[in-house]
Ligand binder design. Sequence first.
Ligand code: GLY
Length: 620
Amino acid sequence: MRPTLITLLPALVLAGAAALAQEASDAVAPEAATATGGAMSANAMAALKAKEAGEPVRAPNWMVAAANPLAVEAGAAILAEGGTAADAMVTVQAVLGLVEPQSSGLGGGAFLVWYDAARGALTTLDGRETAPLAADPTLFQMGGERMKWWDAVVGGRSVGTPGTPALMFDAHDRYGNLEVSHLLQPAIDLAESGFAVSPRMAASVARDAERLAGQPRTSAYFLPGGEPIAEGALLKNFPYAATLKALAGGGRDAFYTGDIAQGIVDTVQGFDANPGRLEMIDLAAYQVKERPAVCAAYRAYDVCGMGPPSSGALTVGQILGQLNSFDLSAGVEDAQVLRLIGDASRQAFADRGRYMADSDFVPMPTAGLVDAEYLSARAENLKGDRALDSVAPGRPAFDHALNWADNVSVERPSTSHISIVDSYGNALSMTTTIENGFGSRLMAPGGFLLNNELTDFSFKSHADGVPIANRVEPGKRPRSSMSPTIVMQDGAPVLVIGSPGGSRIIGYVAQAIIAHLDWGMDVQAALDMPHAVNRFGTYDLEEGTYLEEMEGPLTELGYEVNIRGLNSGLHAIQVTPEGLVGGADPRREGIAIGGWGAWALGMRRVANWPGAVIRNPPRA
Ligand code: GLY
């Protein structure tokens, strides 16, 4: 592979050292800094070096890959002491909510795909935010017209009932071994002692400073003294630590009832410029939903992920399913290969825009959309040699009359992805979000940002009198693009992958899977390669990479080409007979760390510190 991408890695390493010299900010920490947040272990430094060199990380028994080294290190420690992938996820998510608060956290939602090694079974957990019971299809309309995007996002109106805390507890109840109090402790410690603000977080705050200034609590945290928090500054979050302690002691209910819930509701309803409709009943009624994985056949594999309300598995599956009969071996620098991928994607996005929404509320042709015969019929359209002149939704098999209008919503890149394999052979792929960077820009009294997930609904409820499947309805979950994926072969996982990136997530994940399966790249090379993404409009080519050279050939084929930044955050783990191979996206700050499992070494009790209680044998 040619080297292509800028990397933030050296700056990130330096940030850890810079933190040592920083005073704690008065606005976020009422006492002097005492800790060295940001210092990295030898493991993390080695992982960063590997990523910088374009090398994957290899390990025999367990691995975790996520968007911030502090979160990955904390998760790795849990796996090393015998925790399951679900245990490690609780720790990783709790730390990410602190150190990457702009992307995910307790105020957001997530989807989790789980491979259960003991049962050889795959399932998914839906922790998506829900619309308040008081919401209606006109939530994002004023005087019958669609609201402007930012007017809708900033404030309480866009906040859905958070699902991430419930998902953390639900996954842990089903698949965890260690005590929640133990799993939350690393984030509590880090919140109290402080962490070094990463370059990415500092840059995100600086870019968004005007919007972050709108709510006093958000502003005090991110703009102490009125200035964006600096890279390397030591940041503490005592309210967040208190929230995690409440969850450690009181469980799920401590979030969804009582003071923490009331703080969320007051924040949402009390933002006078754009109040929301969330009430205590919405939080108390929140439920994680277990749903069957949606799988599509591709080559010798089953590509499995999150079905509705996510469009992720269906759209990734549709792209790959249409490509099944084509030879893509000429690679990403071949215009005809890009044409095939691009037009398969355009056709998949046409179906997505027409049919995909929360299937608990609208009838959906879920099986029909990834039916092999349907996809091979759609693939007939790809047999020319020029870009399709026009693309329309297909007619997947379904047992209801379908008459939906096309979705109308804006989707911006944000979000975070966690991939984990534990030493029992379980695999977890979880994409987690508060939607836009910094979500609604409202911080709850509990020290976490609230999502703006409701703007993933269509702002229009109808088009020419025809209802839109993804319109707002009370209690409904907005359509997502998140594509946490586990690729299976002969019933066992071979690749655990996912990415942030708004609706481009789908293209990032599909291309990385093709790079790995068709072009034989190891996971790090597949994540490093530049992106070419076509949703339903322009063909987007990644700026500053060799794919810019494809502008001419693609324009010749009839595409409108747009050269732009394509900020994926792919994290992937390859499962091989020789062990695990992991990679982290060079466009973000994440790493992969793997190791030996104490469990795999035959130690029946591996707790290495008080409070770590391991159920033995691990629960299936
Ligand atoms: N808000 C990002 C997604 O759900 O696709």
